[in-house]
Design a protein around this ligand. Structure first.
Ligand code: 13P
Ligand code: SF4
Length: 302
């Protein structure tokens, strides 16, 4: 069966939209309506008038789309697609963290569960984290789960104390500064572009730090020809496809792969759309509270 053409047909018949994160398997782009980073996809989820949303991404992304669209059907093609970072903090751990530092605004990275969002003041993505923390106009903020993104925001702002929870993305956190030095030795003219989920020591050596879309836009607007890209393989795959005259290298020539992001296949998407399952549901009370946290972010990021 030609899954791609069948998906396109079903999308029309069922008034469905497919949102795809740029870490997905690259063939997913052929059926996706919107492809981008977490912020862009949550903005598209908030705007869509489709009846069915298929989220080619990980669980927290589909959950966010459901919270924004309680009356719509939101499908995650492979229910096993979780996020190791989002799983690093649950409600009890969040409450303990907040109790340790009372009366400080709490910012959660969108890579967190609906329960966690329901007890945070505002959420953020990697592309708007600085703006969101700044908008609070507070001398101190609690930031979770990603210690690396929180530390990066603190360094960029300079006038806010960011108290971070001890979570991270295992895929980005494992990249070491020595890897930049070794890769630069091989490609001395290449610029280093890194995602802010990498460690502070790693980011110090980068030429540019930004979200997945930020990295792709940087390449688009740059006259440079060689780039060492420190983020998940999906971004490199798309850069190689879109800029055949430029060269892109992984740290130590070893791709960083988020296995969860690769779980949604084109056939999974077809069956999800055909069977309208697996569907994401969120408890009403949790969803109402989490919605405030997400909407506050979207309002600031317009
Ligand atoms: P962005 O989509 O904000 O670049 O974040 C990357 C990521 O790890 C999503 O899980
Ligand atoms: Fe989560 Fe990291 Fe995978 Fe993004 S790359 S989904 S933060 S585990």
């Amino acid at each position: 069966m030609n899954y791609i053409s069948e998906i396109k047909k079903l999308k029309k018949e069922k008034n469905a939209v497919i949102l795809a994160h740029c870490y997905q398997n690259i063939e997913v782009d052929e059926v996706a309506d919107y492809i981008g980073d977490s912020l862009y996809l949550s903005q598209m989820a908030a705007k869509t008038d489709a009846d069915i949303i298929i989220f080619a991404g990980v669980y927290f992304m589909a959950q966010t789309a459901k919270i924004l669209n309680p009356a719509k059907k939101v499908l995650l093609p492979n229910l096993k697609a979780g996020c190791a970072m989002a799983d690093m903090i649950n409600l009890e751990q969040l409450r303990n963290f907040k109790n340790k530092y009372p009366n400080i605004p709490t910012v959660c990275y969108i890579n967190s569960t609906a329960e966690v969002k329901s007890e945070c003041d505002i959420c953020c993505t990697s592309s708007n984290a600085i703006k969101i923390v700044e908008s609070l106009k507070a001398p101190k903020v609690l930031f979770l789960p990603d210690k690396n993104l929180g530390r990066w925001v603190e360094k960029k702002l300079g006038n806010v104390e960011v108290i971070t929870y001890n979570g991270c993305c295992p895929i980005h956190d494992r990249l070491e500064p020595i890897g930049i030095k070794e890769t630069k030795a091989q490609y001395p003219n290449a610029l280093v572009l890194a995602h802010p989920e990498c460690t502070e020591e790693f980011l110090k050596l980068a030429d540019f730090v930004g979200s997945t879309t930020g990295i792709m836009n940087y390449v688009k607007n740059s006259n440079e020809k060689q780039f060492i890209v420190a983020t998940e393989k999906g971004v490199l795959d798309r850069l190689k496809r879109d800029y055949p005259n430029k060269q892109f290298y992984d740290i130590n020539n070893e791709p960083s792969i988020c296995q969860s992001m690769k779980l949604n296949t084109v056939s999974d998407i077809y069956y999800a759309l055909k069977n309208e399952s697996p569907e994401i549901t969120v408890d009403n009370e949790i969803a109402k509270k989490a919605l405030k946290c997400i909407e506050r972010m979207l309002e600031i990021s317009k």
